[in-house]
Design a protein around this ligand. Structure first.
Ligand SMILES: *Cc1c(COP(=O)(O)O)cnc(C)c1O
Length: 436
């Protein structure tokens, strides 16, 4: 690999004006060390940094770039939307069409409201659940990330896991006193909690599959159990599909597993893929709960750029490309890439747990299977850092943290997969050398 001198110059300049030089913490490479690359161009499966280095992209903007970068269909639709103005702050056809598309894919979403980020979608879902039940308590799982709103910034995954912050200064006890944190996949702890405080619980929120502490699939029947126990106790079940929605299948995680296992959440949150790389997210669910939102009901929620015409166009154009063929290709690419890397680690005798949930996957540098946040924290993050930097130097961009999922896109080619496999062998040997 050539130099990353220009990235370094930008990063030095950025740090003088933007805290840590970044607009979102994990991007700063704090947990892996080194200099973040400054990207200026993407096309299909590849991205280029300011020094002209080329990378195969396995981050995909953390999910949204599901059809690859600058897909001609998305670009042409967005261009023509832009030419007709980027915002009115008034209703438009784009949001109606996208809401209809979401409801067609996820029939349990009888109503959809758009916001600009996954954080906002979750905030709205929580507010709705409290209003609908007249109760205060929200139950979340350790290591699940639901955005950076105060009441959910308790034992979160993603940047919080990466930086090792148990919580965040600036969040008051008052803001988190109504949030209860339970270990993921722990049926017994949930039964105990509901036995003690069931009548106070407004909602249980979970990632459809946790993927912000690394990928930790729900044990068989766990989501159905959550759906049943909430229903029995008059609480709502919020399924956070910000990452999984329209990535795991045509109907997201629920479309693939919920229908089959006969469980349905009351509220869904979506983001990432539905904006096709633009700031867009949504909350959806049963009409009876969703109609509590103003102006139909009295639960307040609003946004200057909500349902933005360019963002909804990018989302619709992206979803038009997300057909069953794409999902088959994502599944098989995830299998190819994931097992090539796992095989390389095994060949180099590096202990790891390769974990998959649909086409999302990640690697924990530990010999143990990881089924909750405590397990995840036992991994050797310094081994990950060596692996990460070796891949990056060989032109493979993966998440700069051991606590994040890896993302394939429909644009990956056989050549890309070969390149990833070769780079993984070299990287695995470097991890081995370091530890022996
Ligand atoms: C990314 C993510 C969020 C937050 O979305 P933002 O758009 O970053 O605010 C919430 N929940 C889950 C499961 C996510 O993966």
């Amino acid at each position: 690999m050539t130099t990353f001198e220009t990235s370094l110059q930008w990063h030095n300049r950025a740090q003088r004006i933007i805290p840590g030089g970044v607009s979102s913490p994990v991007r700063a490479f704090q947990s892996v060390g080194g200099t973040p690359r400054y990207f200026v161009k993407g096309e299909g499966s590849k991205i280029w940094d300011v020094d002209g280095n080329e990378y195969v992209d396995l981050v995909g903007s953390w999910g949204p770039m599901i059809v690859g970068h600058a897909h001609p269909h998305v670009v042409s639709r967005v261009k023509s939307a832009m030419e007709k103005s980027s915002s009115f702050g008034a209703p438009g056809p784009g949001e109606v069409l996208l809401a209809e598309e979401i409801a067609a894919r996820v029939p349990a979403c009888e109503r959809v409201r758009f916001v600009s980020s996954g954080t906002e979608a979750v905030m709205t879902a929580v507010r709705l659940a409290r209003a609908a039940t007249g109760r205060n308590l929200i139950v979340k799982f350790a290591g699940c990330y639901h955005g950076h709103s105060d009441s959910l910034l308790v034992q979160s995954g993603s940047g919080i896991a990466t930086l090792g912050l148990p919580n965040s200064p600036g969040v008051t006890q008052g803001q988190t006193q109504d949030t209860i944190v339970v270990p993921f996949n722990d049926v017994e702890a949930m039964n105990r909690l509901f036995a003690e405080r069931g009548s106070e619980i407004a909602a249980v929120i979970t990632e459809a599959t946790p993927a912000n502490m690394g990928v930790v699939p729900p044990s068989p029947g766990f989501n159905k159990f959550l759906s049943d126990i909430t229903k029995k106790n008059g609480a709502l079940f919020i399924l956070d599909e910000v990452m999984t929605g329209f990535r795991i299948s045509h109907g997201g995680w629920w479309g693939k597993f919920g229908l089959e296992e006969a469980w349905t959440p009351d509220l869904f949150t979506f983001g990432k893929v539905i904006g096709g790389g633009m700031p867009l997210a949504a909350v959806g669910g049963s009409a009876s709960v969703m109609e509590l939102l103003a102006p139909s009901g009295s639960v307040y929620q609003a946004g200057t750029l909500s349902g933005n015409p360019v963002a909804t166009t990018a989302g619709l154009a992206t979803l038009e490309l997300c057909d069953s063929e794409l999902y088959l290709s994502l599944d098989s690419r995830a299998r190819e890439v994931g097992s090539a890397i796992s095989n390389a680690l095994t060949a180099a005798d590096v202990e790891h747990s390769f974990q998959q949930a649909g086409n999302l996957f990640s690697f924990f540098f530990t010999s143990q299977n990881v089924s909750n946040f405590d397990d995840a924290k036992k991994q050797d993050t310094s081994a990950f850092a060596v692996f990460f930097h070796s891949l990056l130097e060989q032109g493979i961009s993966v998440p700069p943290s051991a606590f994040e999922a890896w993302f394939v896109s429909g644009a990956l080619t056989d050549d890309d997969v070969d390149k990833i496999a070769k780079a993984a062998s070299v990287a695995a040997q470097q991890v081995k050398l370091r530890s022996s």
